[in-house]
Design a binder for this molecule. Structure first.
Ligand SMILES: Nc1nc2c(ncn2[C@@H]2O[C@H](COP(=O)(O)OP(=O)(O)OP(=O)(O)O)[C@@H](O)[C@H]2O)c(=O)[nH]1
Ligand SMILES: [Mg+2]
Length: 283
């Protein structure tokens, strides 16, 4: 066990002397105790990229992990403490896109859009970078405060896939942290990147895809003020307007029902049979 009392005050790590997470000094895993949190961090990503593995490493909880897609079906919440700040960490179901609308993808999208996370960590499969970057760029349309957790680097190395992490970070304008979460590799760097964003030490200047046309901009300038008037607390009315113009049924329905922006109500509608909590247990 660790000489550092900070690591083990709440939930113990098994055989931790050998793992790199042992070196994540100042990490205190708080399990399900999210009381009095200072910041919210969301874990977004394609299915099966290691989101729940990261979640478990940081909170000490045991979200379901396995090598097939679609294991996490609803939002799961836990907490950790790092260098004077308490974070609520939210594990989300896997999503290929924030535009498509399987129920699981809706839950992930609604949380990133309306849950107002202080940082959204997009967990990316380093062996499928190109496909995974679609979601990163979509997340950047909703929020600037994104960190890419470039996970499964051990697999990438095994397949001799080389990634210029610095260039990727520069091109995206956000931190990119190489990781092998199952082995605990990169966890301290991920914590540092999250801290730099919430403290303002790093201000992301994300690359955004400009795909708007003049007619679309006109439609948006008509629609956005109406949405803002009706839902004054929405964090990103422009994105909602884009979804409406695209005919997104779940957003249209949420507006009709008056639930737009309420993540709990929207999640219950996406998954009526949902019975939370019950997905996680402490180690
Ligand atoms: N080799 C390797 N495997 C990993 C790593 N991180 C996670 N895994 C494995 O990848 C599989 C998927 O991990 P999960 O944490 O369940 O992935 P997820 O993104 O939560 O999956 P969904 O909830 O289904 O979207 C599991 O078998 C993990 O043990 C890593 O860095 N390297
Ligand atoms: Mg999961």
């Amino acid at each position: 066990m660790s000489a550092n009392p900070e690591i083990h005050s709440s939930v113990s790590l098994r055989s931790c002397e050998k793992c790199p997470l042992h070196n994540a000094a100042n990490l205190r895993r708080l399990g399900v105790n999210t009381v009095g949190f200072d910041h919210v961090v969301a874990l977004l990503g394609n299915p099966n990229t290691g989101k729940s593995t990261v979640f478990n490493a940081l909170t000490g909880l045991r979200q379901h992990v396995g090598n097939w897609t679609g294991k996490t079906v609803a939002r799961a919440e836990g907490a950790f403490h790092h260098r004077g700040r308490t974070f609520k960490l939210v594990d989300l179901p896997g999503a290929y896109s924030l535009f498509s609308s399987s129920h699981h993808e809706e839950i992930a999208r609604d949380f990133v859009l309306f849950g107002q996370p202080d940082v959204t960590v997009v967990v990316v499969d380093a062996t499928r970078l190109e496909r995974n970057l679609v979601l990163v760029l979509q997340a950047l349309e909703i929020t600037d405060r994104v960190v890419v957790a470039l996970n499964l680097m051990d697999e990438a190395r095994r397949h001799a896939i080389e990634i210029d992490v610095r260039a990727l970070s520069r091109r995206l304008g956000i931190p990119v942290v190489p990781m092998a979460a199952r082995q605990g590799e990169g966890i301290p760097d991920l914590l540092r990147a999250i801290e730099e964003i919430v403290s303002g030490a790093f201000v992301p200047h994300p690359r955004q895809v400009n795909h708007q046309s003049e007619s679309l901009e006109r439609a948006l300038s008509d629609l956005v003020p109406q949405i803002e008037a009706e839902f004054p607390h929405l964090p990103n009315a422009r994105w909602v307007a884009l979804r409406l113009l695209d005919g997104d049924h779940s957003i249209i329905q949420a507006i009709r029902e008056g639930t737009l922006g309420n993540v709990d109500q929207m999640e219950r509608r996406a998954m009526p049979s949902l019975n939370r909590p019950g997905l996680i247990e402490e180690t």
